[in-house]
Design a protein around this ligand. Structure first.
Ligand code: SAM
Length: 279
């Protein structure tokens, strides 16, 4: 039930996915729910207002973003407990996936309120669905750290991961991130770069990390828009090589400068040097 509840019965919090580019991806059920609820909690009310206006939906909007989510959660739960049904949306795609919302969902669930999804677009899943990389097991890593040192450290932690990896990236950092991925995971690791999914300039590029980096670096058009990067997991041998490399590096590092220890450990074990040592 979406409309107001009889007194004493809590409402439902509907977590509604919205399009990531193509407005045709807002499902009929999503439209129905957004029209029927008492209010819609939205990350950016101006942006969601434009989406709603397109569908002729005039439901009230409440701003709910990462800076006020904690403060607002109790008030939202009160409204739900009083019998109002509410919706939660983010700027694009599925709320809570690299987007605000989990605190409100947690608070609603803790209060015994029904939380119900209205599934739809999600950039990570859309990219995975066209990547042609193993998708029976995968890890979603969201955004890599913005600063180079933090990014490389995170990638070193992930270098031996054997499941397919999914990253979000912005146009500002796509070249740097691809460069670091190439250095830490190795030039030949296969990957797929999905850009502007469902939009006019949708592009899905595949190739080794080295080729993808070179392509995006050379072509300014390929650096525009929004990106999901899907990277093949390390093969079991590579995972073992990195493990061996780290053990050899730790031993050599006690007697040699770190860069020399990493170079030798990489030569001895076949692990990518940058997976062992950052600079
Ligand atoms: N909640 C959203 C979802 O379900 O995909 C993700 C929100 S996150 C703040 C925004 C990031 O998602 C972008 O920086 C980009 O990495 C990715 N993204 C969103 N829309 C996209 C699109 N149309 N094409 C490619 N990537 C997209």
């Amino acid at each position: 039930m979406v409309g107001p509840q009889p007194s004493g019965v809590p409402g439902t919090l509907h977590v509604v996915a919205t399009p990531i580019g193509n407005l045709g991806d807002l499902s009929p059920r999503a439209q129905e729910v957004l029209r029927a609820v008492s209010a819609i909690c939205a990350e950016d009310t101006r942006r969601s207002g434009q989406l709603l206006a397109h569908f002729g939906i005039d439901t009230a909007l409440v701003a709910l973003h990462e800076h006020n989510e904690d403060a607002l959660a109790a008030r939202i739960v009160q409204r739900l407990l009083a019998g109002e049904s509410l919706a939660l949306v983010s700027d694009a795609g599925t709320p809570l996936v690299s987007d605000p919302g989990y605190r409100v969902v947690r608070a609603a669930r803790a209060a015994g309120v029904k939380v119900s999804p209205v599934p739809g677009a999600c950039a990570a899943i859309a990219a995975l669905s066209v990547a042609g990389l193993a998708s029976d097991r995968f890890v979603f890593e969201g955004f890599l750290p913005a600063k180079a040192a933090g990014r490389r450290e995170r990638l070193q932690q992930l270098a031996g991961e054997t499941r397919t990896l999914v990253f979000y990236e912005s146009s500002h950092r796509i070249v740097e991130s691809l460069g670091d991925l190439r250095d830490v995971f190795g030039s030949e690791r296969p990957a797929v770069l999905a850009r502007e999914i469902t939009k006019l300039f949708e592009t899905v590029l595949d190739g080794s990390l080295a080729r993808l980096h070179a392509r995006v670096e050379a072509d300014a058009d390929q650096r525009k828009g929004e990106f999901v990067l899907v990277v093949q997991g390390a093969d079991e041998d590579a995972d073992a090589r990195i493990g061996d490399g780290r053990r050899v590096y730790a031993l050599l590092n006690a007697h040699l400068p770190p860069s020399t220890a990493a170079k030798l450990a990489a030569e001895i074990t076949g692990a990518p040097r940058k997976a062992l040592y950052g600079s």
